[in-house]
Design a protein around this ligand. Sequence first.
Ligand SMILES: Nc1ncnc2c1ncn2[C@@H]1O[C@H](COP(=O)(O)OP(=O)(O)OP(=O)(O)O)[C@@H](O)[C@H]1O
Ligand SMILES: [Mg+2]
Length: 262
Amino acid sequence: MTVLNVVNVTFSYPGRRVLEDIEFTIKGGELAVVLGPNGSGKTTLLKIIAGLLRPDNGTVLLDGITIHDMSIVERARKIVYVPSELPLRGLGQSVAEFVASSRYVHYRGLVIGPRREDLEYARKLLDMLEVGHLANKPLYTTSSGELQRALIAHGLARNADVMIIDEPTSHQDMYGKLLIYHVLKKAASDGKAVIVATHDMILASLYADRVIVLFNGSKVVEGDPRSVLTKDVLAKVYGVEVALASFNGYTVPVPLKPARKR
Ligand SMILES: Nc1ncnc2c1ncn2[C@@H]1O[C@H](COP(=O)(O)OP(=O)(O)OP(=O)(O)O)[C@@H](O)[C@H]1O
Ligand SMILES: [Mg+2]
């Protein structure tokens, strides 16, 4: 089973400490959600776990091996990072070609384009995310929400043991939000370790096996959503007063008003 250990990770951008002594473990089969206010270090932490940034201290181990010692290709086969936005949308590349290009890290030798079976796989994933009708459209013609679903399909196409996704539902309508978490939950139940950063407390409460809350560069609390997302924690971390709504065995925080200025 996949085991990802984040061990005492500390990280600074020039002149600014962003993460201090962060420690947690995620296993295959789990959907873990990282929460925390704007600027609390979620994206930075995800980039470190993906191997895109190197911690100043501490390490990240995947099945006992330091991910920063792996080659870029080896790491990319095992860990896929899905950013919250795509800076470039490809020049004329179709949506299916974009998704299939996630498979390139598994190819050996010269890459001259996606293989037929990978394009078929890409179409299947796009269907699963209910954007299959866009498969042949140029990527640059997609709407923000459609592009976000294509990005998630791109992440899934890698078939990596660890999937790291930054704000996967920021552009989704109500239906899309549920669809995406449903798909991510399925990826976890297939054995992947799925790590998501989000601001969506409701979805985190409904879908997360575990939540990790960052505040001022430190992990303040970790555990199952119901025990972590309490009125006190949300007041302290977000400065928001919430009501807790309970139904069907779930407890979901509903924001009421700003509790104090942070
Ligand atoms: N490349 C960079 N150079 C310097 N500072 C940075 C850089 N990237 C991020 N930061 C700073 O590090 C802090 C953490 O940023 P990060 O993007 O990890 O936060 P976040 O929790 O993902 O926030 P958000 O919820 O707004 O996405 C912020 O204060 C940000 O301004
Ligand atoms: Mg972020």
